[in-house]
Design a protein around this ligand. Structure first.
Ligand code: NDP
Length: 497
């Protein structure tokens, strides 16, 4: 028996039944039991959602920025008021501990909404004026793109929906959003909050379903832009399809990010950073620092301190305030992560420092869930599969190095470039290393914080474009340049004819 009523679609400002007659189930990963039946959008349902967004576009794009700002700010306030209620559902749907969802997931989404409300309310969408000569100048205008699509991953469900929709709607676009089929429950909640905040009908719409719903959006002629978060392999398909249809894209994809600990680093801080970068959200964070480069000279002290701290990663009932480590988010993902751990032991032959294939000790009622232990492999080498491929689970690979130059070179030897970080007490060294690391999101003596002001996006195969910060909204706008000449003559070869 599912615990929530069936979930439908949302367009034209209201909940709508899907016409496909098909549903899928979303599962509570802590217990492996069904949470809700979710109706799958047919192509004609997606068309209807897109038409609703198309009709809403002239109204919303011509609404003065200051009025749009007020509505978005109201939505941010509502999200904060309903924080615990939304976080509760996110915990059930995604398997993240409530200590996380109630302090991070909704909050960091609402922050971005508020940031862009302030940004557009304060004139952030103004263009430039460029004086050319007496009586002639150029002015530029930032205009929205039209109907855009957001396609989300399952690891930060409502945060991803907000990071996409906040900038999209602030810029004056309308959106059709498809959540991941593994964590879809937030979609309708967010749509209802936007409506309650005063967003006109059709500005934010939700279609549920699997990859085929996302794929349909990427080829639809009305959609001007796709903002996608997911795996590199899916991102390549989405970008290819969007390019063939000349759509704008933003791609937030996977990573295999390096974290370099320098010999002079504060060991306590560095070990905490490595744990944060691998075990937060059970390792299901795109920016995870899964390749931890440690100087060979501090191998034993690093490993000793890491092992002493592992018991602070506590699996257990997700609403218990002591729990800070949930299960993996779905059965297929659980099987994938176990396969990588098996590969680390059997094929890569790395040294298993802790964790492994056994489930952590959790109460009887949770034992069917998708639980794994925080796992650390040491003595890893760059050619191991666990070191090269994104696992997206709580699996740390520790790699030892002799010189900083070597660590930087090895850190960059990957096709991915999402995040990177360095731990050192020497600030000159920190900036020198960060400067050489090929990644779009970097940290010095910290890991993971991603405030609304900080533009984030990957280099190389980890993505295209950025979300958040001033730069993030530019990806939802197009430029119009207008040259004005008041002299009355046209400056061309025909001017004297
Ligand atoms: P997927 O690529 O499997 O799926 C992402 C979304 O795309 C889902 O909604 C999925 O639908 C949909 N989709 C699947 N096939 C297609 C298609 N052909 N066309 C259009 N849409 C499609 O990623 P995951 O959900 O497994 O997410 C995990 C990945 O996301 C990791 O690699 C992680 O690093 C990355 N990520 C990146 C972030 C960043 O900011 N760089 C942030 C968060 C995660 P469905 O699953 O419903 O079938």
């Amino acid at each position: 028996m599912a615990s929530f009523p069936p979930r439908q679609l949302y367009y034209k400002g209201q909940v709508q039944a899907a016409s496909s007659g098909k549903t899928f189930q979303t599962i509570n990963p802590a217990t492996a039991t069904p949470l809700a039946d979710v109706q799958i959008a047919s192509n004609s349902d997606i068309d209807a959602a897109i038409t609703a967004a198309e009709h809403a576009f002239p109204i919303w794009s011509q609404t003065p920025a200051i009025v749009r700002a007020r509505i978005l700010q109201r939505a941010a306030n509502l999200l904060r008021e309903k924080n615990d209620e939304i976080a509760r559902v996110e915990t059930l749907d995604s398997g993240k501990a409530f200590t996380e969802t109630s302090t991070v997931d909704v909050v960091t989404g609402a922050d971005v909404l508020e940031y862009y409300a302030n940004y557009i309310g304060g004139g952030g969408l103004n263009g430039d004026t460029i004086q050319l000569r007496e009586g002639a100048w150029v002015y530029t205008k930032k205009t929205p793109l039209g109907v855009c699509a957001g396609i989300g991953a399952w690891n930060y469900p409502i945060q991803i929906a907000l990071w996409k929709s906040a900038a999209c709607l602030a810029a004056g676009n309308t959106m059709v959003y498809k959540p991941s089929e593994f964590t879809p429950l937030h979609g309708l909640t967010l749509a209802e909050i936007y409506t309650e905040a005063g967003l006109p009908a059709g500005v934010f719409n939700v279609v549920n379903g699997g990859g085929e719903v996302g794929a349909y959006l990427t080829t639809h002629p009305t959609i001007a832009k796709i903002s996608f978060t997911g795996q590199v392999s899916t991102g390549m398909k989405v970008a290819g399809s969007a390019a063939g249809n000349m759509k704008y894209v933003t791609m937030e994809l996977g990573g295999k990010s390096p974290l370099i600990i320098c010999p002079d680093a504060d060991l306590e801080n560095a070990v905490d950073g490595a744990m944060m970068a691998n075990f937060y959200s059970t390792g299901q964070v795109c920016t995870n620092g899964t390749r931890v480069f440690v100087p060979r000279s501090i191998k034993s002290s690093f490993e000793k301190r890491l092992l002493e701290k592992i018991p602070f990663v506590r699996a257990g009932p997700l609403f218990d305030e002591q729990t800070n480590f949930g299960p993996l988010s779905s059965r297929p993902h659980y099987e994938k992560v176990l396969e990588y751990i098996r590969c680390g032991v059997e094929s890569d032959r790395a040294t298993l420092l802790c964790g492994g294939l056994e489930k952590p000790a959790v109460p009887q009622e949770l034992q069917a869930g998708y639980w794994v232990k925080p796992t650390v492999f040491t003595d890893c080498t760059d050619d191991m599969r666990i070191v090269k491929e994104e696992i997206f689970g709580p699996v740390m690979s520790v790699l030892y190095y002799d010189t900083i130059e070597e660590a930087v070179k090895r850190a960059n030897a990957t096709e991915l470039g999402l995040a990177a970080g360095v731990f050192t007490r020497d600030l000159n060294q920190a900036h020198r290393i960060i400067d050489q690391l090929q990644a779009g999101i970097t940290w010095i003596n910290a890991w993971g914080e991603s405030p609304a002001e900080m533009a984030v996006g990957g280099w190389k195969k980890s993505g295209l474009g950025v979300e958040n910060g001033h730069r993030g909204i530019e990806a939802w706008l197009q430029n119009k340049s207008t040259l004005v000449d008041m002299s009355g003559c046209v400056a061309t070869a025909f001017a004297k004819l």
